[in-house]
Design a binder for this molecule. Structure first.
Ligand code: NAD
Ligand code: UDP
Length: 316
């Protein structure tokens, strides 16, 4: 049974996924404390929530300790786009590692469950396909993506040690590429880049040959997965993959975006970033079985909804 009227902390609540989660939990009558340092998030994402009686905003960097009284914690704070997490890589690792220590300490003190937004990046450039949770990954520990990948891997280690050693109720989800409204125009990830470029009839930047694949999940599906995960019993710790198994090359994605926006954009090729994973697709059998969770929004429909969002934003 779901306990109503909890006070729930969402770190990274001003970001893309965090702002949707704030909205969802307020809709379920919970009180929400949104914590963010606004490195990549935006107050615009949550402006419509600021007057909600159940909503509180705290500007705070999770690398520093903080004492609050809450019933559950979702830890989403961390820049997620490669250009942003590589901007200050030391801070990225600190956010994952020190942030996890601070929030796990809070969860331990409060006996509150805590969900960690981990990532498909823990699999690195995967040698098995599709990726199952049992796969240990193929990650470069010293490359430009390592601050993010290894930071998230170390955070997972901390979560599982707090579970085994201190009996904290941990919930680790490995998120595969997720997109939708409230990504920033300058986010830098592929879906928002392609849509913004297409709507402006600018060149669409394909990194490398564009044959690398990703699996794209629409934001509402992902948020449903988070909430289901939080409501599992103590012994369900994850890690559990959450993502849409549909697999597309970046060329296929660009063609879809051009078609749906009726854009005049041309494709241009740019250098492939170092250590860019070649293929990525989640095996979601665990999420289906344990959470009874399935993505429901097909890529074309999710793209249309995201395009509508950016169209409005660009007109402002
Ligand atoms: P986002 O960049 O929009 O959101 C991250 C939020 O965290 C931002 O609001 C940012 O300002 C905040 N933040 C960053 N560092 C912070 C710090 N030290 N203290 C407090 N706040 C801080 O990205 P998103 O796509 O919403 O991602 C949310 C979470 O999900 C991240 O942890 C990310 O690693 C994870 N994730 C997302 C995806 C995806 O495809 N969207 C995939 C895998 C994992
Ligand atoms: N990509 C691209 N053009 C862009 C942005 C990204 O071709 O303008 C490619 C990138 O090289 C990668 C894929 O799109 O292969 C997904 O990149 P993103 O930054 O969205 O996330 P990643 O899954 O790499 O973390």
């Amino acid at each position: 049974m779901r306990k109503k009227n909890q006070t729930i902390l969402i770190t990274g609540g001003g970001g893309f996924l965090g702002s949707h989660l704030c909205e969802r939990l307020l809709d379920e009558d919970h009180d929400v404390i949104c914590m963010d340092n606004f490195f990549t998030g935006s107050k615009e994402n949550i402006r419509h929530l600021l007057n909600h009686s159940g909503f509180e905003l705290i500007r705070h960097d999770i690398t520093w300790p903080i004492y609050l009284e809450v019933d559950a914690i979702y830890n989403l704070a961390c820049p997620a786009s490669p250009i942003h997490y590589q901007h200050d890589p030391v801070q990225t690792t600190k956010t994952s590692v020190l942030g996890a220590i601070n929030l796990l300490g809070m969860a331990k003190r409060l006996k509150a469950p805590i969900m960690q937004a981990s990532t498909s990046e823990v699999y690195g450039d995967p040698a098995i396909h599709p990726q199952t949770e049992e796969y240990w990954g193929n990650v470069n520990p010293i490359g430009p993506r390592s601050c993010y990948d290894e930071g998230k891997r170390c955070a997972e280690t901390l979560f599982f040690d707090y579970y085994r050693q201190l009996n904290v109720s941990v919930k680790v989800v490995r998120i595969f590429n997720t997109y939708g409204p409230r990504m920033q125009i300058n986010d830098g990830r592929v879906v928002s880049n392609f849509i913004v470029q297409a709507l402006k009839n600018e060149d669409i930047t394909i990194y490398g040959e564009g044959q690398q694949t990703r699996s794209f999940c629409f934001v509402t599906d992902m948020i449903e997965g988070f909430v289901k995960m939080m409501h599992t019993p103590h012994d369900v710790t994850g890690p559990i993959n959450l993502g849409n198994p549909g697999e597309f090359t970046m060329l296929e994605l660009a063609e879809k975006v051009i078609k749906l926006t009726k854009s005049k954009s041309k494709l241009v090729h740019k250098p492939l970033p170092k250590d860019d994973p070649v293929r990525r697709k989640p095996d979601i059998s665990k999420a289906e079985k344990i959470l009874d969770w399935h993505p429901t929004v097909p890529l074309d429909e999710g793209l249309e909804r995201t395009i509508a969002y950016f169209r409005t934003l660009l007109k402002k």
